[in-house]
Design a protein around this ligand. Structure first.
Ligand SMILES: C[S@@+](CC[C@H](N)C(=O)[O-])C[C@H]1O[C@@H](n2cnc3c(N)ncnc32)[C@H](O)[C@@H]1O
Length: 272
């Protein structure tokens, strides 16, 4: 079992710094630029909660190359996107010239005033790109910039999914050229995993896991739905609903072990 530790494990590899290197790469940004569709769960949740953002002020956190922009921006009164990767921000500016996008770190939203947004969206596990303290800092910043009763919709890796921690496995193909490619990327993945597995950490309420994303080059925060509900309550949010990857609502207390990622809808409440 990996050692328990905080944001900067004994290896000195913090999730934030490690993942920032990956997201700043222009090839990674180009890959996100090829994605143009909503996922099923995003479509289900955005349709259901359309009144939370239609005609409202919207912040799209960790917007990437702007996959979600054309779905939110036309309906919003004002749509603002942020990302800390210059390569991602450049892609949004090119693809959506009229859209306001800022280079900003979600852990430090001081550039935005108090209570300026009605809806904050952070899809595709954006919050999981940082460690525990940075995640709490992000939630506090979002609480500050959301209006009373504002809605936060975000997705995150599920700590309770079956086989959360794995090793890179070889993929087999009958095509020799494809097989060579698989072998190459398996080698890259093994090297990355050998480097990052020591930075994995397991805590009672969450874990930092080196998963298969980007050839095993990332460190992601994983948390179960019950622990996420508690964390949201601690930071001044009332959990409204959880969806699994297929867009099916998750019942209160269900650990949703079939779903690697979960989408949360929460409402800002005033902390007394
Ligand atoms: C998995 S991608 C998702 C992109 C986009 N939301 C989508 O669904 O297509 C995560 C994005 O979050 C951004 N990101 C990660 N950590 C961030 C941080 N601390 N501040 C701002 N953006 C961050 C990355 O640069 C990347 O664009």
């Amino acid at each position: 079992m990996p050692p328990a530790a905080g944001d900067a494990p004994s290896t000195g590899t913090s999730p934030r710094d490690n993942n920032a290197k990956v997201y700043r790469g222009s090839a990674v940004a180009a890959g996100y630029g090829r994605e143009t569709l909503l996922t099923r769960v995003e479509a289900v949740a955005l349709l259901k909660y359309q009144t939370a953002f239609a005609g409202k002020d919207v912040l799209d956190v960790g917007v990437g190359a702007g996959r979600t922009t054309p779905y939110l921006a036309p309906l919003a009164r004002h749509y603002q996107a942020v990302d800390y990767s210059p390569a991602m921000v450049a892609r949004v500016r090119t693809a959506f010239p009229g859209v306001s996008v800022a280079l900003a770190d979600m852990t430090d939203l001081h550039g935005f005033g108090d209570a300026g947004f009605d809806f904050v969206f952070a899809s595709n596990n954006v919050f999981d790109a940082v460690g525990h303290e940075d995640r709490l800092r992000t939630l506090r910043g979002i609480h500050r910039i959301l209006r009373h009763d504002g809605v936060l919709m975000f997705s995150g890796h599920n700590r309770d999914v079956r086989h959360a921690m794995q090793w890179p496995r070889p993929v087999v193909s009958r095509n020799p050229v494809t097989q060579m490619r698989h072998l190459f990327y398996w080698g890259v993945s093994l090297v990355n995993h050998a480097r990052l597995r020591k930075a994995q950490t397991v805590r009672a309420d969450h874990a930092i896991i080196n998963d298969s994303a980007h050839d095993w080059s990332m460190l992601h925060y994983y948390i179960g739905p019950n622990e996420q509900a508690r964390q949201l309550a601690d930071e001044g949010f009332r959990l409204i609903e959880i969806f699994d990857q297929m867009g099916t609502p998750v019942a209160t207390g269900d650990r949703a072990t079939h779903s690697r990622s979960l989408l949360y809808v929460a409402q800002r409440v005033t902390i007394e």
